[in-house]
Write a protein that binds this ligand. Structure first.
Ligand SMILES: Nc1ncnc2c1ncn2[C@@H]1O[C@H](COP(=O)(O)OP(=O)(O)OP(=O)(O)O)[C@@H](O)[C@H]1O
Length: 226
């Protein structure tokens, strides 16, 4: 039997109150095992981003909760959550959020350098290695503004992997890319998943992109429907 990476139990998330209340997650439960490569599908507004934000410990649910790597993240305090997030979770968003005046390598190592208070040779080596694995060995010292959309998104994936997180949460990482770049990003994610055993949960509207993942998790009416 494979090990559980995370277990989500009866997650409820409500925004607003009274007439303006929106009940987005309505008792969602989900288990993910270590090493999964999963797509998260569902209609617009079904709560995919909300779920990713809660799993990333960036927002608390209204009720229910989740346990990751044996840690109950519902009851943890802010400081413990920040530490947990930094160590175990990586994020990729639809818009890469790269710093335009920084090179590809500087963008990849910047969050780690800020956290550690310095830029170490080990961090630079890890950053270079990851950019190489993203097919960007010849773009390491390019300012990020000079990179194509697909290249920028591959830098963002490398940045998310910098601390060797067990889980990477990606919110429509290919939503802004042409088909060829989207497929390339997914192939590289697949390679990292195989080589490092990193677990990925990737939201997408694109069935073809979802089909490149081993598992498809479908959200509808605030619960997992498939
Ligand atoms: N901070 C918030 N305050 C109020 N409502 C919110 C908030 N965040 C999300 N919502 C609402 O929750 C619902 C789910 O939003 P969410 O972004 O999670 O959906 P999604 O499945 O990711 O959608 P899409 O595929 O369009 O990105 C939407 O109706 C949205 O308007």
């Amino acid at each position: 039997m494979t090990d559980a990476l995370l277990q989500v139990n009866d997650l409820v998330k409500t925004f607003g109150s009274g007439d303006a209340e929106t009940r987005v997650l309505r008792g969602l439960s989900l288990r993910m095992d270590k090493g999964e490569l999963s797509a998260l599908l569902g209609p617009s507004g079904s709560g995919k981003s909300t779920l990713l934000t809660i799993l990333g410990t960036l927002m608390q649910p209204t009720s229910g909760g989740h346990v990751m790597l044996g840690v109950d993240l519902t009851t943890a305090n802010d400081r413990a959550l920040t530490e947990f997030r930094n160590r175990h979770i990586g994020f990729v968003f639809q818009f890469h959020n790269l710093l335009p005046d920084f090179t590809a390598l500087e963008n990849v190592i910047f969050p780690t350098a800020v956290r550690e208070g310095r830029e170490t040779a080990a961090a630079r080596a890890r950053g270079r290695d990851l950019l190489g694995r993203m097919g960007l060995a010849d773009r390491v010292d390019f300012p990020s503004t000079n990179l194509s959309g697909g290249q920028k998104q591959r830098v963002a994936v490398a940045r998310a992997l910098m601390n060797s997180p067990e889980l990477v949460l990606a919110d429509e990482p290919t939503g802004n890319l042409d088909r060829a770049s989207a497929i390339q990003v997914m192939e590289l994610i697949g390679q990292i998943n195989r080589d490092e055993g990193t677990t990925f949960l990737i939201s997408t509207h694109d069935e073809k992109i979802a089909a490149t993942c081993r598992r498809q998790i479908v959200v509808g009416d605030g619960v997992v429907t498939g």
